[in-house]
Design a protein around this ligand. Structure first.
Ligand code: BDP
Length: 599
């Protein structure tokens, strides 16, 4: 596990964020990283490049781009080992320092690092990154590469993402140089339970001794000198959305080579489990109120924004929401830390989306009609992203569930064989043994879904009254009710939640008889679904799709993007936000209680 880069008494981090040089590379061009990039355009890092300059050439670029910058090495970094670390580069990266190849990384949403101690010079270092945004049958998310030709235009290679968010690309998250002592701490795993029990395991890169302290603020609650141990702390405050109290495991490492290292890992005391068909947090039944989100903001695209992250969590609190899903990929480490701190529960999802070759995500143009599980070549990479996500996020108290995929072809033959090893791997890797789930799409019915039996919590994405039964909310509610009852009858021990439901509403469109795309229809559809959920004790949550409007590929079904946000892309509330605020703020599940009382 890569520890998040923090400045500590023994470690120094220097940001390489800023304005780099940038150029597009044609699909059939080769690039020579031995030569400095000439005439590059200024490009902010971190940020998606797509919306920075005007024109389709950059917005819809397919393939590789190059980023370059130079830097001198600050004296403070000249001890021990030096790492160059990327929060994420979408979707694949190759990295050179001074023309020497450091390595590559596949996958656009997880961090990676290179040891550059022996490569770096005191002055005039040239750092070159090639980023590639192709999505195909071997990547996660999945897409389809096609050659098309139009009269008189020759052949063009196009890449169609099989997912409903814009394929923002580039260096998306912070880039840092990070100096650690020669022998240093490499891994810290820590788990706390609401009764004060805890256990931890520490690894280091060399031989030496550790001292481990459990701190509450500056107070030392426990101290030991083992690389792994278990203990119990008295009178702890369990971590929850109302009391997001964080403790620290301070690890001090004294290497035999004379190195000394210190790292503080924050964690919480909390338990999450599924028992008797219900979801529990710290022994109390838990009902999830919130959204599927996206990392998506104006100008930056999917690029990291501390300000929007804090704003969004503030808006969740303002609504009375307690949770969100990182649809459809792991979010930044900084966001996970913020959720720990602000008390927001997270369903942490892998980037496995678009795993459906016989079904096209809304409006996407693909022409593959071969069975999904015979066509995709993602199994090995899926294991990698699952492993890296769990290793990265396992200590976060905010993470209460892992979502293995979004809307895969779970109804097609071969789905069980594909997913069983992944569910097993997640259980094996997570010391917390958090509940597992995945988001099912409408065609994965209770009769056909092969993957539901593997889940601890069943999560349904449903759009009756939108993609079917258009405009008919009474029919939508009746069908939803019936489906939920049938799922419950088949899986009585598994709590069920809605992972997605919602309608597009164009901010400012209004109707007295609510029609599709008006703010009233969106509100009414959300309300109709909520009423179906109320009174069903096996339901453990409602996640509206989506928190905010977001960019997508163009199609006749998308009006400058997906407008299912309860907030606009600029974070202004639509009518539905006020409805949800009333529902979620009025004490825990006010409408649910009222509805059960009515029965
Ligand atoms: C669901 C997908 C989500 C889409 C949503 C929609 O999981 O990514 O954005 O539909 O159509 O199927 O709005």
């Amino acid at each position: 596990m890569m520890l998040y880069p923090e400045n500590t008494s023994t470690r120094t981090k220097v940001a390489l964020d800023g304005v780099w040089s940038f150029a597009l590379i044609g699909l059939h061009e080769t690039y020579d990283p031995q030569r400095p990039l000439e005439n590059g355009r200024p490009m902010p890092v971190p940020c998606a490049y797509n919306d920075i300059y005007e024109g389709r050439e950059i917005r819809d670029h397919v393939g590789t781009v190059v980023y370059e910058r130079t830097f001198d090495l600050p004296q403070a970094l000249c001890t021990g080992r030096l790492f160059l670390r990327f929060g994420s580069v979408t979707h694949a990266a190759q990295v050179w320092l001074n023309g020497n190849f450091l390595g590559s990384h596949k996958g656009g949403f997880l961090p990676f690092a290179f040891d550059v101690t022996d490569e770096v010079r005191p002055c005039g270092n040239r750092l070159t990154v090639l980023a590639d945004n192709i999505v195909d049958h071997s990547t996660l998310p999945c897409g389809t590469v096609q050659n098309v030709s139009y009269p008189g235009m020759g052949t063009q290679t196009l890449d169609f993402p099989n997912f409903d968010y814009f394929n923002y690309s580039g260096i998306m998250r912070p880039v840092v140089l990070y100096a650690v002592p020669a022998s240093h701490i490499t891994e810290i795993s820590v788990q706390g339970s609401s009764d004060g029990a805890f256990r931890y395991a520490v690894k280091a890169s060399g031989a030496g001794r550790v001292t481990v302290q459990l701190l509450d603020g500056e107070a030392v609650l426990w101290q030991g000198d083992a690389f792994s141990a278990a203990g119990r702390a008295e009178d702890i405050i369990p971590w929850s959305p109302c009391t997001p109290h964080l403790y620290r495991l301070r690890v001090l490492f004294d290497g035999e080579d004379g190195s000394r290292d210190q790292y503080d890992e924050f964690f919480g005391f909390r338990d999450v489990c599924v028992r008797g068909g219900a979801l529990f947090l710290n022994g109390q039944p838990l009902y999830l109120k919130g959204f599927g989100k996206h990392e998506d903001v104006p100008v930056l695209g999917r690029g990291f924004s501390q300000a929007y992250n804090v704003k969004d969590l503030g808006l969740l609190k303002w609504l009375g929401a307690n949770s969100f899903r990182t649809s459809h990929y792991p979010y930044s480490e900084e966001m996970m830390r913020l959720c720990d701190r602000m008390g927001i529960l997270v369903i942490d999802e892998t980037p496995a989306v678009g795993m459906h070759t016989t079904f096209t995500a809304t409006g996407m143009k693909i022409d593959v009609h071969s069975p999904t599980w015979e066509t995709l070549r993602t199994q090995e990479h899926h294991r990698e992203v699952l492993r890296d996500m769990i290793q990265r996020d396992q200590n976060h108290p905010c993470v209460i569930m892992w979502s293995i995929a979004n809307e895969p072809a779970s109804e097609e033959a071969g789905a069980y064989a594909y997913f069983k090893p992944l569910f097993d791997l997640a259980k094996e890797l997570d010391p917390h043994k958090r509940p597992l789930t995945f988001a099912t799409h409408g065609e994965a019915t209770v009769e056909t879904c092969e993957v539901a039996p593997l889940c601890d919590v069943i999560m349904l994405n449903r759009y009756y009254g939108w993609y079917s039964q258009e405009g008919d909310l009474a029919a939508a509610a009746a069908i939803l009710d019936d489906e939920l009852e049938r799922y419950h009858a088949r899986y009585p021990d598994k709590p069920i939640m809605l992972g997605e439901f919602g309608a597009d509403a164009i901010a400012g469109f209004h109707d007295s008889t609510p029609q599709m795309f008006s703010e009233e229809y969106q509100r009414d559809m959300i309300r109709a679904y909520c009423r179906v959920l109320d009174g069903k004790t096996y339901i453990c949550g409602e996640h509206v799709w989506n928190f905010a409007d977001f960019a997508t590929a163009e199609s006749v079904k998308r009006v400058q993007g997906n407008k299912k946000g309860v907030f606009t892309r600029e974070r202004k509330p639509k009518l539905a936000a006020w409805y949800l605020q009333e529902r979620w703020q009025e004490g825990p599940d006010a409408e649910r209680e009222e509805a059960s009382a009515r029965q």
